[in-house]
Design a protein around this ligand. Structure first.
Ligand SMILES: NC(=O)c1ccc[n+]([C@@H]2O[C@H](COP(=O)([O-])OP(=O)(O)OC[C@H]3O[C@@H](n4cnc5c(N)ncnc54)[C@H](O)[C@@H]3O)[C@@H](O)[C@H]2O)c1
Length: 323
């Protein structure tokens, strides 16, 4: 018997979800929903399932995945929790743009008897998992610091819709791009002690398109995340460099899929590079498998999600730097 699933919001990221679900014989899409009827109709035709334009009418899906614009996630996920008969609500990153909304959503979904499952697929990247296990094993000795650079490009087309570039629904480069890596450093290093940062709106949109932050974790690790979507013409790279007592490791590639540098005491460079055919990676496949397996501990924890959102909220909703 397949586990049934409905998708709400049939834009860019829905294609990755559809691909991940299609690759899993134990999952079946039973309904799709988009406020834009023609989008819903088109997806329903391709997937051979019914469609709707009001997510409150969805019935018979055990999982509902919320793939709508970011700032709408709290409202949409809560209404879905209240009105439908699903068990699990998967919500794309970020689940909210404000820490108090994220916190309230965990409570509200639980009150409706459902489970909220936030998407942060980077933590399922095999090289990130390997790094986490290595750090936890103690083989690197004390971890000193990290540098993470997310140097991407988003052209005017990206901003041409009704939500990208808006402070209220998009939130900016931290929420829309860097959030994956903010989650990753919570996953690797635990609780945050403090942070500071500065953003700029180089392109004149309402949001920061470029940002630089410095983080300090309770376990003593310090590091920086620099993110931008204003690289000239094309995505440049994502990189993560870790400096520890007994080693230096640099992951790079389209989305941390290559070990670019390796110098670790008593350990050969692992043969773990992998190919990805698009920037999202294959983590959504793993995420759905974890639901089927009941491995809910593999999802980002409430404290981690809320901590990340509070940080992004603090550093994104400052008075914007005008140049
Ligand atoms: N995990 C990742 O790597 C990743 C990558 C891209 C986007 N995302 C996230 O996915 C979300 C969607 O991004 P996108 O790029 O697909 O956006 P998009 O604009 O391409 O698609 C959003 C869709 O939601 C629909 N929608 C809006 N309100 C709705 C409602 N009330 N009911 C039903 N449908 C509604 C819109 O009509 C649109 O089709 C964002 O939160 C984004 O941050 C995650």
């Amino acid at each position: 018997m397949s586990t049934t699933i409905a998708l709400v919001g049939l834009g860019r990221i829905s294609k990755r979800h559809i691909e991940a679900i299609a690759a899993n014989p134990r999952l079946k899409i039973v309904q799709v929903c988009d406020v834009k009827k023609e989008k819903a109709q088109k997806a329903a035709l391709a997937l051979n399932c019914p469609f709707c334009t009001d997510y409150k009418t969805i019935r018979g899906a055990e999982i509902i995945s919320v793939l709508t614009p970011s700032g709408m996630h709290p409202l949409h996920a809560q209404e879905i929790a209240n009105a439908t008969d699903c068990r699990y609500i998967v919500v794309e990153k970020p689940i909210a743009l404000h820490g108090n909304e994220a916190d309230a959503l965990f409570d509200g979904v639980a009150k409706a008897g459902k489970t909220l499952l936030p998407v942060f697929q980077n933590r399922y990247n095999p090289l990130v998992v390997f790094l986490k296990e290595l750090v936890a094993s103690g083989r690197l000795g004390r971890v000193y610091s990290f540098v993470c650079n997310v140097l991407w490009s988003r052209d005017a087309n990206y901003f041409a819709d009704d939500w990208h570039g808006t402070l209220a629904v998009d939130g900016g480069v931290l929420f829309t791009q860097a959030s994956h890596y903010i989650d990753m450093v919570h996953f690797l290093f635990g609780q945050l002690q403090s942070y500071t940062g500065k953003g700029a709106n180089e392109r004149g949109y309402e949001i920061y398109d470029t940002h630089s932050m410095s983080l300090h974790f309770k376990n003593g690790v310090i590091g920086s995340i620099n993110s931008t979507i204003s690289v000239y013409r094309q995505n440049y790279m994502t990189e993560f460099t870790l400096m520890a007592e007994k080693g230096t490791i640099r992951l790079s590639g389209t989305n941390l899929n290559k070990v670019e540098f390796w110098d670790v005491e008593g350990m050969e460079k692992p043969n773990k590079d992998f190919a990805i055919d698009h920037i999202y990676g294959k983590g959504h496949d793993t995420m759905y498998q974890y639901i089927l397996d009941g491995s809910f501990e593999m999802f980002p924890k409430r404290e981690e999600v809320v901590s990340g959102i509070r940080l992004m909220e603090d550093l994104s909703f400052q008075v914007l730097t005008k140049r």
